[in-house]
Design a protein around this ligand. Structure first.
Ligand SMILES: O=C(O)CCC(=O)C(=O)O
Ligand SMILES: [Fe+2]
Length: 320
């Protein structure tokens, strides 16, 4: 699109997806993903048995906690993710987090565009940033926001509608901040390492960002993706899945597996930073999002990243 600004292109593409949702037209070429090295999209894939970890048991008597830590260690070194249950966040609160995301995405486009990502920024509402003519686009809208450190929040991009959006997101940040500590400690303990060794590298001034994802229904889920294959650059990621519509796939042993929905569970995955800190024992899994032709899917990912100017590296005791 020579002659138009990237922003104008972004605007017209975002309208394109909106039109497609309404009119159900053919898929534009820009959205066609060739499977490439990562294989087919539309095939039926097996369900992955993602280990379910009861976080409440981690603080119980040592035998029971020991068993749960073994399960955690297995989960993180095999598929790189687990379903956390009994995590202390009420079902009704998780429903509210999902609910405010749903209400925001249901607003008219003009209202959502008040929170649009700017041309040179990464935060805010929008679809894929177009960096090259040949880049396959993801079939998604997202709202990306910094949560922590608090003084780095761009509150002008935090929706005022629905009116409890900001309050819910603030509360969710606090709850996940506490869980991050619990999980980083458990990860270290599961490897018989000093319990704070990951947490110390993670640092006091760690960054948390949220990505609210909307995947509209897609007329050709066999040709395109909601998110192309990637591994998260975070230390760990919390994913609040849609309770009704599946879509996440994780790669293990060169094969895609579907991640099942467990109501009330938070899916937690290792990111590249913890893979490094654990000297590669824990895996930052390759994952992608497939689409549904009938139904939209809404998820909320929260990325927890080590303090930005802290150097990280494999924890000493993991060196062979
Ligand atoms: O929406 C999902 O299921 C996963 C999203 C994801 O992987 C991401 O935002 O990094
Ligand atoms: Fe991801």
């Amino acid at each position: 699109m020579a002659g138009t600004s990237p922003h104008a292109e972004f605007e017209s593409l975002s309208q394109l997806v909106q039109e497609l949702v309404i009119n159900g037209k053919e898929l534009p070429q820009r959205y066609v993903h060739k499977g490439g090295d990562h294989g087919e999209i539309g095939a039926s894939f097996p369900v992955m048995e993602v280990p379910v970890i009861d976080l409440g048991l981690l603080s119980s008597s040592s035998d029971i906690a020991g068993e749960e830590l073994k399960k955690l260690q297995f989960a993180l070194s095999s598929c790189g993710c687990f379903q956390a249950i009994n995590h202390g966040i009420a079902r009704s609160f998780l429903d509210e987090v999902h609910g405010v995301a749903k209400q925001f995405f249901a607003l008219p486009m003009e209202e959502k565009q008040k929170y649009s990502r700017t041309v040179d920024g990464i935060e805010g509402y929008g679809s894929d940033k177009v960096l090259s003519e040949h880049q396959p686009l993801n079939w998604t809208y997202r709202l990306y926001l910094t949560l922590k450190p608090e003084d780095q929040r761009k509150l002008n991009l935090w929706p005022k509608n629905p009116e409890n959006f900001r309050e819910i997101l603030h509360e969710y940040t606090i709850k996940l901040g506490m869980l991050t500590e619990v999980i980083l400690k458990a990860m270290a303990k599961s490897l018989n390492l000093e319990e704070k060794c990951f947490l110390n590298q993670y640092g006091e001034g760690a960054t948390m960002t949220a990505k609210f994802n909307l995947y509209p229904p897609c007329p050709r889920p066999d040709l395109t993706l909601g998110v192309k294959p990637h591994a998260d650059a975070s230390a760990i990621t919390f994913l609040l899945q849609d309770k009704e519509v599946e879509g996440l796939q994780v790669m293990k042993d060169e094969q895609w597996f579907r991640v099942p929905i467990i109501p009330d569970a938070l899916l937690i995955n290792v990111g590249d930073q913890v893979e490094i800190m654990s000297n590669g024992i824990f895996k930052s899994p390759l994952h992608r999002v497939v689409l549904n032709s009938e139904r939209e899917r809404i998820t909320v990912a929260v990325f927890c990243n080590p303090e930005s100017d802290k150097e990280i590296g494999p924890v000493e005791e993991t060196h062979q």
